[in-house]
Write a protein that binds this ligand. Structure first.
Ligand code: FES
Length: 71
C-alpha cells in the first residue's frame, strides 16, 4: 500500500464549497493564475451564487444552499 500523501486534496464541504489543498495552480476564467502552496487551501464555489467566482464568498450559507451528496 502506498503510504505517500497525495499532493492535492479536494474535500466537499457539506452544503458548502470544495476545499482544495495545495500545492495546486488555479486559473480563473480570465486566465488569472493563483498558485496555492503546499498545505494551504482555497475554497471553490459549488453553489453558483458567489460574487467572487471561482472562489467561495460565503453566499452558500446566506442563501441556504443544500448539497449532501455522497461519493
Ligand atoms: S459555495 Fe460558497 S459561495 Fe458558493
Amino acid at each position: 500500500m502506498d503510504q505517500q500523501q497525495p499532493e492535492v486534496t479536494i474535500k466537499a464541504v457539506d452544503s458548502g464549497p470544495y476545499q482544495v489543498k495545495g500545492p495546486v495552480r488555479l486559473v480563473d476564467h480570465d486566465g488569472k493564475v493563483f498558485d496555492i502552496p503546499a498545505r494551504r487551501s482555497v475554497l471553490l464555489c459549488r453553489c453558483g451564487r458567489s460574487a467572487t467566482k471561482p472562489l467561495c464568498d460565503g453566499a452558500h450559507a446566506r442563501t441556504g444552499f443544500q448539497a449532501h451528496e455522497r461519493a
